[in-house]
Design a protein around this ligand. Structure first.
Ligand code: NAD
Length: 355
């Protein structure tokens, strides 16, 4: 029987609640699909600061490297907001991603038919939307040097190397090959040299993927097109800062931030996590939507472990639960038959996924 070692980082706020539900679902599918998962819990963010004084303890950094993959909840909260930047929970997560070399962030924006009315856009605009944003995660302006705040000015630097663009472009083209074979590379090549460079390299990489259609779009237009006619997109390939903004905008097409998963992958161990934060406003109330984290567990099975049937079972279970009218609070106003707690929703998905 196959055995997998999964790192578990629950984090802060609703993190522990939603990760527990994902584990429940993983346990259910592993039994029916015939594999064994061992879980290894590690600390990050506020929970790590409270226990060890730092947001990313060495035990976590070393521990994740020994796992096949890592499932992560969310970190942060007002309790730690006044710490210095390098001691805050967020710096633990940025540091962990960097240390794990997870240079590609995959963020699907999927609209479930049952929830078309949950979107702030018209149902006919969002029905059928299925976009994958591939965001470069460890380069660009968030990491570029030099950076400084001086007395009368401040600056950051947007840098990309050839290798960084090649490897993220390859991820996008390979994903497009498994989807609808279209990549739209988003940049600001009319203004930024770094974007001109990005575009030239993406065109070179595209030559190795003749079955995939490549288009280019300026980021300001892409922001507009995502709202105007989102169905035109299949895979969006973009840099760190543009992807940060566009993937959040794309996520709202689906209606709730509580629905969408993400994967951060590289050459080694990957990190699978919901796109939302630790939601301190609802933490501990048992009302968080666990579906984004459960979907992240499904992405982990699909992309990291190759357990495609188990991943399909989870995705089908989510669709079935939504179709039958089960809703957590955040999506409770849209054709709900029953409002579920976080734990009830986990039970329902685990039950359906194990059929
Ligand atoms: P957030 O995503 O935590 O919450 C935004 C809103 O969405 C809140 O009203 C929240 O209740 C709701 N929400 C989020 N997830 C939900 C879920 N699963 N079910 C139901 N409702 C949900 O963003 P925020 O409020 O800006 O940030 C809160 C904290 O999370 C901050 O400390 C921030 O730094 C941190 N954060 C962490 C991550 C991460 O760990 N990857 C990402 C973003 C923000």
């Amino acid at each position: 029987m196959k055995r997998y070692s999964i790192g578990i980082i629950k984090g802060d706020g609703i993190g522990p609640e939603i990760v527990d539900e994902a584990i429940k679902v993983l346990d259910a599918v592993s039994v029916t699909q015939g594999f064994i998962i061992s879980y290894h819990e590690m600390l990050l963010g506020g929970a790590a600061i409270d226990a060890t004084g730092v947001p990313m303890p060495d035990d976590t950094l070393n521990g994740v490297q020994k796992c096949d993959s890592v499932l992560f909840g969310a970190i942060g909260g007002p309790k730690w907001d006044n710490l210095e930047r390098h001691l805050r929970p967020e710096s633990g997560l940025l540091g962990l991603r960097k240390a794990m070399g997870t240079f590609a962030n995959l963020r699907p924006a999927l609209v479930y038919d049952e929830l078309v009315n949950a979107s702030s856009l018209k149902a006919d605009v969002v029905k059928g939307v299925d976009i994958m944003v591939v965001r470069e995660l460890t380069g660009g302006i968030y990491f570029g040097q030099p950076r400084a705040i001086e007395k009368d000015r401040a600056y950051n630097t947007m840098v990309y190397t050839r290798d960084e663009v090649i490897r993220i472009a390859k991820v996008a083209f390979e994903i497009a090959q498994k989807r609808n074979k279209r990549v739209c590379s988003v940049d600001k090549a009319n203004v930024l040299e770094v974007s001109q460079f990005w575009r030239e390299i993406v065109i070179e990489v595209a030559k190795d993927y003749p079955d995939v259609e490549l288009t280019h779009m300026y980021v300001d237009n892409a922001a507009m097109q995502l709202i105007r006619y989102p169905k035109q997109f299949d895979v969006i390939l973009t840099s760190n800062i543009f992807g940060d903004i566009l993937s959040d905008a794309a996520s709202m097409l689906s209606g709730s931030i509580g629905l969408l998963p993400s994967a951060s992958i590289g050459s080694g161990v990957g990190l699978y996590e919901p796109i939302h934060g630790s939601a301190p406003d609802i933490a501990g109330q048992g009302i968080a939507n666990p579906l984004a984290t459960i979907s992240s567990a499904s992405m982990m099975l699909r992309y990291a472990l190759g357990e495609v049937v188990a991943a399909d079972k989870i995705d089908e279970a989510i669709r079935r639960a939504l179709k039958e009218g089960y809703r957590t609070n955040d999506i409770g106003s849209y054709d709900a038959k029953e409002i579920c707690s976080c734990s009830d929703m986990g039970d329902i998905i685990a039950n359906y996924a194990s059929k």
